[in-house]
Design a protein around this ligand. Structure first.
Ligand code: C2E
Ligand code: CA
Ligand code: CA
Ligand code: CA
Length: 279
């Protein structure tokens, strides 16, 4: 039994080493990815649920790895956050999203009013100079602040200290929209939420899934709470017509999900733009 235990320990240990090695490899590869421009953005449409019009896109990062193929953010964003690489990566995402928006505007000049949502991680909020950099970028690209929306998760917002909360307010002063991502999962006290200049609540997918089983109460409360406070609501992860019907009935104004489209590359997003605009 004693030797068995020892073996067990050895296996455990080598698994841990393997995991550590794998992480180290991803970290190294990720540094390379930034230099070699292997990162790219996919775009998922955000739809006005009553009219079916395209309101904008959420930018979602992907990594085109030279040997491993397309890697999804859940596999590398946590490592990027731990290593601080999220700062250069996150900044690249904001820039790329703004340039892409500019590109689409040039191609569809007729009063195209699109907005673009970008995910912001907690680390980025801790960065000095973030707000100034975003302000400069908006000036340089001549993009109105209200066309850019930054998504911050509910749990991230709740962890903010004074200086970061100030930064959130400065972002708001640039006209940029503030969207609370994964809303409903962070158990925020409403009074704490009230400290922030929120434009949009994005209801977490887990609640949308439950609509199928007629569990509408929580979504109903979130929608009416938001509307009382003058805040817009986006439902994420809409996969079925049934869910869509529920949400329309509850007066939820915006939504995204596979029912409309999966996240697509910029060429396909451009096609979607043509389709929606010619309807
Ligand atoms: P998120 O911000 O909550 O993004 C929504 C995720 O749900 C996306 O996964 C999207 O592809 C997926 N999704 C959308 N509609 C549906 C649906 O109808 N059904 C299902 N099952 N899934 C749906 P993705 O692209 O893999 O992103 C995962 C997470 O990675 C994001 O969650 C976000 O937290 C993070 N992330 C992505 N891009 C960035 C980025 O540029 N910066 C930072 N900091 N995080 C990012
Ligand atoms: Ca998001
Ligand atoms: Ca989300
Ligand atoms: Ca999420």
């Amino acid at each position: 039994a004693k030797t068995e235990g020892k073996d067990c320990y050895a296996v455990f240990n080598s698994n841990m080493q393997l995991a550590a090695l794998n992480r180290l490899q991803i970290e190294n590869d990720l540094r390379e990815a930034i230099k070699q421009e292997q990162l790219c953005l996919y775009y998922q449409p955000i739809i006005e649920l009553m009219s079916g019009h395209l309101s904008g896109f959420e930018a979602l990062i992907r990594w085109q790895h030279p040997t491993k193929g397309l890697i999804y953010p859940d596999e590398f964003i946590p490592i990027a956050e731990e290593t601080g690489l999220i700062n250069p990566i996150g900044w690249w995402v904001i820039q790329q999203a703004c340039y892409q928006l500019k590109c689409w505007e040039k191609e569809h000049p007729k009063g195209l009013k699109l907005s673009i949502n970008v995910n912001l991680s907690a680390q980025q909020l801790k960065q000095k100079g973030l707000v100034e950099k975003i302000g400069d970028l908006l000036t340089e690209t001549k993009i109105e602040g209200n066309r850019l929306k930054l998504e911050i998760t509910e749990s991230c917002l709740l962890e903010t200290v004074t200086i970061e909360a100030q930064r959130v307010n400065q972002i708001k002063e640039l006209g940029i929209g503030l969207c609370i991502d994964d809303f409903g999962t962070g158990y925020s006290s409403l009074s704490r939420l009230y400290e922030f200049p929120i434009d949009t609540l994005k209801i977490d997918r887990s609640f949308i899934r439950r609509l199928e089983f007629s569990q509408t109460a929580i979504v109903q409360i979130i929608v009416s709470l938001a509307h009382t406070l003058g805040i817009n609501v986006v439902a994420e992860g809409i996969e079925t017509l049934e869910q869509l019907n529920h949400l329309q009935g509850l007066g939820c104004e915006l939504g995204q999900g596979y029912l409309f489209s999966k996240p697509v590359d910029s060429a396909k997003a451009n096609q979607l733009l043509h389709n929606y605009n010619s309807e």
